[in-house]
Design a protein around this ligand. Sequence first.
Ligand code: SF4
Length: 355
Amino acid sequence: MTVPGSKDFRWRLADDDGGQAALFAEEELIHRHVGIGAYRGLEFLHVRAKQIISTVPEASRVPFRHTINAYRGCSHACTYCFARPTHEYLGLGIGEDFERTLVVKINAVERVRAELRSARWNGDVIAMGTNTDPYQRAEGKYHLTRGIIDALAEVGNPFSILTKSTLILRDLDRLVAAAGRAEVRCNFSIGTLDARVWKATEPGTPHPRQRVEAVRRLNESGIPTGVLIAPIIPGLSDSAEQLEEVTAACLEAGAVSVTPVTLHLRPGVKEHFLADLRGKDPTLAAALTRRYRGAYLPKAEQAEIVAPVQRTVVRLRPQAPPTRQWHPALGPRDIPAPSPQPSATAPPEQLSFGS
Ligand code: SF4
């Protein structure tokens, strides 16, 4: 594993969510902290961020304009994680380094407070979980996401959180308090309930059934929480039975939206994902190598893959009133229930969500 010294870092960050150059002052960069106890096997690189609220370029296709990511790298270690290459920008590896050498912006909460007070801040929605998971294991130690929630709540700033972690329930009271002052929306990423696929592709995450229960708890507590059925991996988690099972469970748990997203594999991630898969199922790895000529499957194939999700939503919520969706960029708006019309089966825009 590469463990750089401060001068090895190239703080030339280029997030998938737009990123900014030189977020950190070099002289403030590093204190290495080796994890012990529950954090054994992890290494934390403490940095002081000069700026914590990132602005996504106008040209970006993602549905949010402002993001906060307090951590870089993610111990959830999903084999398909699109954020892995961001570690390369730091001079670290996209494999084990991404999973075990975690950058922690230790001044994230004070920076958020300062930037929210700035006359330049317009009170826009802030999305968390767009790059790495704000409730990964490190959050149990550093409590940065909790502090950021409190800071946003203090000024009534709307926000959204995307996660795979049930650690979010630790902060349920904070989220409820924040929702009393501003629009708050959560999303869970639950690609499958198939334990075999979960263990093979998301080894550091809580069991997907625990995530479904977290969706229930959040919705019952008044926090509108949806689910991204993501990623749907061809040959692993795309059978009609698998998709109907996970969709039905999420709807039964009260998910306010269910959005299927087919696996996409950008350069670097593709090689990592397929190499890992080759060691587990060489035949499938070869098949996916042929199918993924680019980062995405052809749209017609995506539409075919996500169809069981949409059929299940129509079957289980046929009379559903317009769903109060919470668009990270546009705020609350009414979205009609899924329609069985062919036009509704087009695959959703694939977003660069981190979880
Ligand atoms: S996909 Fe999300 S949860 Fe998984 S490793 Fe990447 S950032 Fe973490």
